[in-house]
Design a protein around this ligand. Structure first.
Ligand code: NDP
Ligand code: 2IT
Length: 447
């Protein structure tokens, strides 16, 4: 970083948020990208926009106690970080994973501000979750946890205030239990969560949206070099919601997806992954991806999930979790001739690995832009709830495609305008930031 003001700002964020590694990583990346904006827009510095955007408007931490199947009381920690409401109600997912802490929720909430701005829909940025581990829990335990979690969260959210959704460990089942509890307490059927079931206000395509959107974005990125998914080999990490539907769309666009993973290891199927088998294992049985190799002849399972990046591919879509693709893996991918990398997960690529891809002319789609399809479709769910209408699958899918195509072009244009042509990391950060910054400036500061 060269810009003196932003350098000092990052130092101050480091001082004030010690031990928040993921949050600091996200802030450093964004502020580095915003250097050309800080140079051209002293008015935004004067309005304190850079200083204000790195501080959450509100961060809530709360106790979630519940009773397990053996009758024992369990205690988890819940969070909701309401980061920025300049352009709309707080919006962002809830993550249930034992690794969840304030740093992870703050990094996700901070990124969400710019991502949501890129969708062009009126949504502010937030994130929440808990260190509850859904793995190995019964349906009843998950339900009691979700009810207890919502008993506190309910006080802080609302359709015009804050609209949570899913993320790691939170899918249709969890949203259903949370929505039921919200409705019981508040006696209202507002569209206060997205990712709801189709019979009670959910939107078609929300389940598929992040993965499909990731492929629409990647399709545009590839087209900028005259390339496409057709006959390409694709590797996708993870085997959850994002990975499964990225695999489905990549195959529909003519590619062959040959590897998927979970935190235990990865599967390799040179003939192309059979998605019906994956869906059966992951969505219906809630099983492990290792099971695939037992059911599909010719496929293999390998322990160590980061080994997935040694599988030769043209397109890599990291879609599991943060910092899952390091420099060493980036070097292997480049050596194996990867043409494009796009992030389905949030911040899956370590900073040194991002730099390696950019330095080696690999097309690189950053998370804020590439995985915005999930929250964009959440925005469309909110619109449908307000209209008391539901759109068809084709209508929502078409809007999603338009939004993702628009995000690619907005990021690409901003990168060129600010002297970083082809750098979509910089372009996405600038394009997302400018709208929020104008809104923050226009709304003034409370003295
Ligand atoms: P799921 O819970 O459906 O799936 C998560 C997948 O990632 C699982 O295969 C899981 O494996 C794997 N995973 C989780 N933690 C780790 C880890 N520490 N190391 C290796 N693998 C891991 O979540 P989603 O698919 O919804 O989310 C995946 C990513 O996409 C996250 O980064 C999320 O923030 C991001 N995202 C999600 C959106 C959505 O709409 N759902 C929207 C935009 C981004 P295991 O079962 O072994 O834990
Ligand atoms: O990271 C993300 O964008 C999400 N988990 C989706 C958030 C949402 O509100 O749909």
């Amino acid at each position: 970083m060269k810009h003196a003001y932003l350098t000092d700002l990052v130092k101050s964020v480091e001082r004030r948020n010690p031990h928040e590694d993921e949050f600091l990583q996200a802030v450093r990346e964004v502020m580095e990208s915003l250097e050309p904006v800080a140079e051209r827009r002293p008015d935004l510095i004067e309005a304190g926009v850079f200083d204000r955007i790195v501080e959450p408007e509100r961060a809530i931490s709360f106790r979630v106690s519940w009773v397990n199947d053996s009758g024992k009381v369990e205690v988890n920690r819940g969070y909701r970080v309401q980061f920025n409401s300049a352009i709309g109600p707080y919006k962002g997912g809830l993550r249930l994973h034992p690794s969840v802490n304030l740093s992870i929720i703050k990094f996700l909430g901070f990124e969400q501000i710019l991502k949501n701005s890129l969708t062009t829909l009126p949504m502010g940025g937030a994130k929440g979750g808990s260190d509850f581990d859904p793995k190995g829990k019964s349906d009843g335990e998950v339900m009691r946890f979700c009810q207890s979690f919502m008993t506190e969260l309910e006080k802080h959210i609302g359709q015009f205030t804050d609209v949570p959704a899913g993320d790691i460990g939170v899918g249709g089942r969890e949203i259903g239990y949370m929505y039921g509890q919200y409705k019981r307490i508040r006696n209202e059927t507002a569209g206060v969560l997205t990712g709801k079931g189709l019979p009670f206000g959910g939107s078609l395509v929300r389940t598929e949206a992040t993965g499909y959107g990731l492929c629409y974005f990647t399709r545009e990125m590839l087209a900028s070099r005259g390339l496409s998914f057709k006959d390409k080999t694709v590797v996708i990490s993870g085997s959850g919601n994002v990975a499964i539907y990225a695999a489905e769309k990549a195959a529909q666009l003519g590619a062959k997806v040959v590897a998927l993973s979970d935190s235990g290891g990865y599967i390799h199927d040179p003939a192309g992954i059979k998605l019906d088998v994956v869906k059966q294992i992951k969505e219906l049985e809630r099983g492990r991806i290792a099971e695939y190799s037992k059911r599909v002849a010719g496929s293999s399972y390998h322990k160590n999930c980061s080994g997935i990046w040694t599988v030769k591919c043209d397109i890599a879509l990291p879609s599991a979790t943060q910092n899952e693709l390091d420099l060493e893996s980036a070097k292997i991918l480049v050596k194996n001739g990867v043409a494009a990398v796009a992030e389905g997960a949030n911040m899956p690529t370590c900073p040194e690995a991002v730099a390696w891809f950019l330095d080696h002319q690999v097309l690189f789609g950053p998370a804020k832009a590439a995985n915005a399809g999930g929250v964009a479709t959440s925005g469309l769910e909110m619109s449908q709830n307000s209209l008391r209408l539901s759109w068809t699958f084709a209508e929502v899918d078409e809007r999603l495609d338009e939004i993702m195509t628009g995000i690619y072009h907005a990021a690409s244009k901003a990168a060129a305008e600010y002297g970083k042509a082809g750098n979509l990391v910089t372009g996405a950060n600038i394009a997302g930031f400018l709208k929020v910054a104008e809104a923050m400036k226009a709304q003034g500061i409370a003295y």
